[in-house]
Design a protein around this ligand. Sequence first.
Ligand code: MG
Length: 451
Amino acid sequence: MSFVQALVHPEDLVALVKFKFLGGAESVTPRVNLSTLDKPLQVCYQLLKRTSRSFAVVIQALDEELRDAVCLFYLVLRALDTVEDDMTITSAEKIPLLKKFHEFLDDPTWSYSKSSCKDGVVLERFPVISNEYRRLKPAFRDVIKDITARMGAGFCIYLEKEVSTLADWDEYCHFAAGLVGVGLSQLFAASGLEDVSVATSTELSNSMGLFLQKTNIIRDYLEDVNDNRHFWPREVWSQYAPNIGDFRKREMSAPAVACLNHLITNALSHVPDVIAYLSQLKNQSIFNFCAIPQVMAIATLARCYNNHNVFTGVVKIRKGEACSMMMESTNMEKTVEIFNERILELGGKITVTDPSASITLSSVQNALVLCHSSLQQKGTEASVKPTLKIQLPAVRLDHEDRVGLYRLRSSRKESRRSLLLSPLLSWTVCLLAVTYQYWGLYLPVQLKDSL
Ligand code: MG
């Protein structure tokens, strides 16, 4: 599928080939050699791969001691979330399970085999997970248990309460993901790889989780509504439709997109915290681990903004784009450049008629100024100059200038693209690839299978 998409977006082909065959993946996300681990820990990493493809990749790239702690943190929270998501478990059974879940970490025998969810295996194999948890150092165990207890209690609140106000939205996202950010920051500090200040800046850590969670909730509208789950806040959607499911109707496309844009504008408010959080990190593997999901999120928001396809299918960034961003977001300058570029993409789609347009534009401008000052602080000529060219005119733009805004892309990125990814070159590579693929001589047999 990725290869087919690359026919339409030839620039993706270069990124895919570089990522898969020229060492791109190994440099950003080195894999754990499972055979060097004890058998129970091997099982844990296998469970991680089975329950999360994206997180499994970035977790394995972390430095060793922290890597195991984060792997187990993920599995414990995946188990807790599986209980929360399981609609076949009655509230009478579910609430005590969620409230006591953190206690099961100290019980070598506790497991749960009645889950009908796809990730139920983590509940069935919970003794393996809890056993490895108990082998972690106390500082890691304390963090995992504390966050599990707080998340379980939070899930109980929202089992019996809908996400009504924007404050509820923030609170629900805090329980579902903000706490993950808080816990991860505490694990980073406990590992000694990051300063204690990373753990104590809980507002920034919380925003990291909220930005990802809100992006997922916004993108997954159709899937959630079709499954009768509602995570969009009533306070917002009720301004545009009598029922949240109405946005699926063709005649509701205008209010649906207006509501979508309203929520994306809200999510953009977390960008300053995300930039501030990432800029305090020192360890390379932790930086990659944190930055990669965030650049995927801003790219997803930019793609979803003003896009009615959110209500008819799944809007995703292409695999080639994802590979390119993973390889690029390995330091602060490049990460901020990606934010800058994607925020410009979003800003270029603002229309005068959108009810949230002025607030969205203001958020876009604020984020661009922040990107600019972040790059300026880093002080490298190469980073500052092209960003100045884009951002200062963009900040002065009003709605009528949206076409102009769209044109204001990084001159450096454009020149790099025009040089490396000229249509002629890209299509030549593409045609060669298709020819080899047809004759069965080309490597992407593996590429096709794995992507
Ligand atoms: Mg859940």
